[in-house]
Design a binder for this molecule. Structure first.
Ligand SMILES: [Zn+2]
Length: 120
């Protein structure tokens, strides 16, 4: 099944997420964010939270482009081989999340921009 955009879930319990400082995870078609964890970071800003949401949204579109099974296998392989920081999917997501600068955009706009970009 194809989802046009992620289903965003805000969890208050942190147990679903990777260990801190990670405050989001994408389990297709869900982008799971813990606002409470994100906001507890000492470096928290709203633009950082937007970037986090955008980062996870980019993973959603990577999954859609690559195919779910292929994405997860390659993601695990890359992480084992290169480590999290040098995983090409992470490099792309960290680069893309910065592409729009620090504009105080809404979640809806962020998703639409990513959708248009990945589907053009
Ligand atoms: Zn990531």
């Amino acid at each position: 099944m194809i989802f046009k955009k992620p289903i965003y879930v805000n969890v208050s319990k942190w147990s679903l997420l990777p260990p801190p400082p990670y405050s989001g995870i994408t389990i297709y078609p869900f982008v799971i964010i813990s606002y409470s964890r994100a906001m507890s970071h000492k470096w928290f800003t709203w633009s950082w939270l937007h970037k986090l949401i955008r980062h996870e949204t980019i993973h959603f579109f990577q999954m859609q482009k690559e195919g779910l099974i292929k994405f997860y296998i390659k993601y695990m392989y890359y992480t084992i081989r290169y480590g999290y920081d040098n995983n090409p999917y992470e490099i792309e997501a960290y680069k893309e999340q910065e592409a729009y600068g620090h504009l105080p955009i809404t979640l809806e706009v962020a998703v639409k921009e990513e959708y248009d970009k990945w589907n053009s």
